[in-house]
Design a protein around this ligand. Structure first.
Ligand code: PXP
Length: 236
C-alpha cells in the first residue's frame, strides 16, 4: 500500500497568523523525502486552508504525485485542467463542515459526474471518487469512467475498538472487492490513524491510503519526518 499525505492542516496553521509559516511546500518535501508517494491538497471553495498558489507551488516543487481533492464545480474543474495534478479526488463539500463529512453521492448525480470526469481523464489526470462504502455507490462509480474510488473510512475509524468495528470494516472490505471486480482501483482514507490503520492490510489490493490529521498531529510531538516514517512503516 502506498501512502498519500494530506498537508491541508499545515496551511490551516499558517493561515491562523496570516504569515508564511509553517510552509506547506516544506511539509510536502519532508513527506516526499520520508516515503510518501503522493501529496494531497484539498482546495476548498472557501480556501480555508490550501490556497490556489499552494496547489501550484506544491505541483512545481515535488517529484511525487500531487493529488488534488476538490468539489464537483466548474471552478475546480478549470483549476485542475490548468494545474494538471497527477490525480484528482472528487469530494462533496459543504461550507459549514469541519472536514469532509460523507462520500460523494455518485448514484444520484451519475450523468453530471460522468460528464465532469471526461475532460479530466482526456487531459491525462487520474480521477478518483470519494464514496461511502456501499454497493450502490461503487456500482455507480464504475459507470462514470473514473479509474479509482477512495473508500471513506470515517465510519470504520469512529467504530474502531467498539462493537460496530466489524460491521464497518466489512463494508469497506466488500466494497473494495466489488469495486475491483468492476475494474476500479481502490484507495481509502479519512480518520485513519496509527492505531486503526493496521486493518487496511486485511483488504486485498488497496492501492493508496490518504492520511492527514493523524500524521500532522503526530508531527507536533515527533517531527514530520518521523510521523511520516512511522505511518509508512505501518502500511508497507
Ligand atoms: N481523503 C479525503 C477524501 C478527505 O477529504 C480527507 C480529509 O481531508 C482525507 C482523506 C484525510 O482524512 P484525515 O485528515 O482524517 O486523515
Amino acid at each position: 500500500m502506498l501512502l498519500g499525505v494530506n498537508i491541508d492542516h499545515v496551511a490551516t496553521l499558517r493561515n491562523a497568523r496570516g504569515g508564511f509559516e509553517p510552509d506547506p511546500i516544506t511539509a510536502a518535501l519532508i513527506c516526499e523525502k520520508n516515503g510518501a508517494t503522493s501529496i494531497t491538497t484539498h482546495l476548498r471553495e472557501d480556501r480555508r486552508h490550501i490556497k490556489d498558489e499552494d496547489v501550484k507551488n506544491v505541483k512545481k516543487s515535488i517529484k511525487i504525485n500531487l493529488n488534488l481533492e476538490m468539489a464537483v464545480t466548474d471552478e475546480m474543474q478549470k483549476i485542475a485542467l490548468e494545474v494538471k495534478p497527477h490525480s484528482v479526488c472528487l469530494v462533496p463539500e459543504k461550507r459549514q463542515e469541519v472536514t469532509t463529512e460523507g462520500g460523494l453521492d455518485v448514484k444520484s448525480q451519475l450523468e453530471k459526474i460522468t460528464n465532469f470526469v471526461k475532460p479530466l481523464i482526456n487531459a491525462g489526470i487520474e480521477v478518483s471518487l470519494f464514496i461511502d462504502p456501499n454497493e450502490e455507490q461503487v456500482k455507480a462509480s464504475a459507470q462514470t469512467g473514473a479509474q479509482f474510488i477512495e473508500l471513506h473510512t470515517g465510519q470504520y475509524s469512529l467504530a474502531y475498538g467498539t462493537k460496530d468495528e466489524e460491521i464497518e470494516f466489512d463494508k469497506l472490505n466488500q466494497s473494495a472487492k466489488l469495486a475491483q471486480s468492476l475494474g476500479l482501483k481502490v484507495n481509502a482514507g479519512h480518520g485513519l490513524n496509527y492505531e486503526n490503520v493496521h486493518r487496511m492490510h486485511e483488504i486485498k489490493d488497496l492501492y493508496e491510503l490518504n492520511i492527514g490529521h493523524s500524521i500532522i498531529s503526530h508531527s507536533i510531538f515527533k517531527g514530520l519526518d518521523n510521523a511520516v516514517i512511522e505511518m509508512r512503516d505501518l502500511i508497507r
